[in-house]
Design a protein around this ligand. Structure first.
Ligand code: SAH
Length: 361
């Protein structure tokens, strides 16, 4: 039985809005619109971006074209497979791509009215950070820009959304072109660039391009998790390839060029990276003019224990005493495995089984 306040439903029984199809595959749309006036594509995108449920709503598009589109261009690149709703109203959705890859996305609803969407940039992740569940599932492939946008548009059809983070499955800098192409369209969906954040382990080839090429004020977050190379390599094997100094140098270049601070994410692992000495080392490493630290309570994925609330607060205080801005991330949707690091699509199973699998044991 689903736990109290925690439900999972399949496509045909969407908890939030029944019977709609999903957003347009922009590449196919372009092919089908060949020969139409150039503004048609923009009209159709504008409808989709404002949350239209299908072509039939697009009343300024000729009816003949609408029905041709309905047969020729699926309204989405993704199929909705399951939804799970947490007690805090965090909504996690499992989609499938047309070729069968699982993709998860999360809608976080805050008391102050903020609606933040967490999207995936890849199905699975080829990196193997030890504390993250996504790295343990099989890597599928990079998602297309449409597949990324379709995650956001799914939620946009339910309600207005105003923030988006590339913090779902995958490493965005391994898929930089699609991530940036999707990011550039988000203002049409209601999400400004300043409210868009790309999070990375510090994959340098993509990060360098992000710094050089993205002039829009899209925010950058760095998953740091350790104040030195030895510990970081233990936790995140990618650090052997792109060591700390090089990654931080690139973040500093971002700051120089864009004049925007970099968020540092630091997941708090009990007895591993949460000692007072680690806080001191971190404070020495990070220039407070460039970095803000966000401490993340560890969400259970089986490998570690999370730091206590007391240890997290003491760590934050130690950073703040040394002039760094440090906050503690609010945990959302943990009991439906929708929290940071917990996205790892379970294989297709019956709904009830999915819920029990998604619930920490
Ligand atoms: N690959 C990118 C995008 C994923 S963001 C990146 O790593 O930045 C997901 C964030 O959640 C990252 O900061 C990641 O390190 C963090 N995370 C991973 N596993 C976690 C866990 N079990 N508990 C809390 N945060 C976790």
């Amino acid at each position: 039985m689903p736990r109290d306040g925690c439900v999972a439903v399949s496509l045909r029984r969407s908890i939030t809005r029944a019977g709609y199809r999903e957003a347009v595959d922009l590449d196919r749309l372009e092919q089908v619109l060949h020969g139409e006036p150039p503004y048609r594509g923009r009209q159709i995108w504008a409808w989709a971006a404002r949350g239209a449920a299908g072509y039939e709503e697009m009343t300024n598009v000729p009816a003949e074209l609408r029905s041709r589109l309905a047969t020729d261009v699926p309204f989405s690149t993704l199929t909705l497979e399951r939804e799970s709703l947490a007690r805090d109203r965090t909504l996690k959705v499992l989609f499938r791509t047309a070729d069968g890859h699982p993709v998860e996305a999360v809608l976080m609803r805050y008391r102050d009215g903020r609606r933040s969407v967490c999207v995936s940039s890849q199905s699975g992740c080829p990196l193997t950070c030890t504390f993250c569940a996504t790295g343990q599932m099989r890597f599928g492939r990079n998602l297309t820009a449409s597949e990324i946008l379709d995650q956001a548009l799914h939620f946009r059809r339910l309600e207005e959304i105003d923030h988006l983070v590339f913090m779902g499955m995958g490493e965005p800098m391994l898929n930089i072109d699609a991530v940036v192409a999707a990011g550039r369209r988000l203002p049409d969906v209601g999400i400004t660039h300043r409210r868009t954040t790309v999070s990375t382990v510090g994959w340098l080839p993509g990060l360098r391009r992000f710094v050089d090429e993205v002039e829009e004020p899209i925010r950058l977050a760095l998953s740091l998790h350790a104040p030195n190379d030895a510990l970081r390599s233990e936790l995140m094997p990618v650090n052997d390839r792109y060591p700390l100094a090089d990654v931080l140098a690139e973040c500093e270049r971002y700051f120089e060029l864009r004049r925007r601070r970099v968020f540092v994410e630091y997941v708090m692992l009990r007895g591993v990276n949460d000692h007072y000495a680690h806080a001191l080392e971190l404070a020495r490493l990070l220039d407070p003019r460039i970095y803000k630290v966000n401490l993340i309570p560890y969400n259970p994925t089986g490998m570690f224990d999370g730091s206590t609330r007391g240890a997290i607060d003491a760590f934050r205080d130690a950073l703040m005493e040394r002039g760094l801005v440090a906050t503690v991330r609010l945990t959302r949707g943990r009991e439906i495995a929708a929290a940071c690091g917990q996205l790892a699509a379970a294989p297709p199973v019956a709904d009830a089984a999915y819920v029990s699998q998604a619930t920490p044991t």
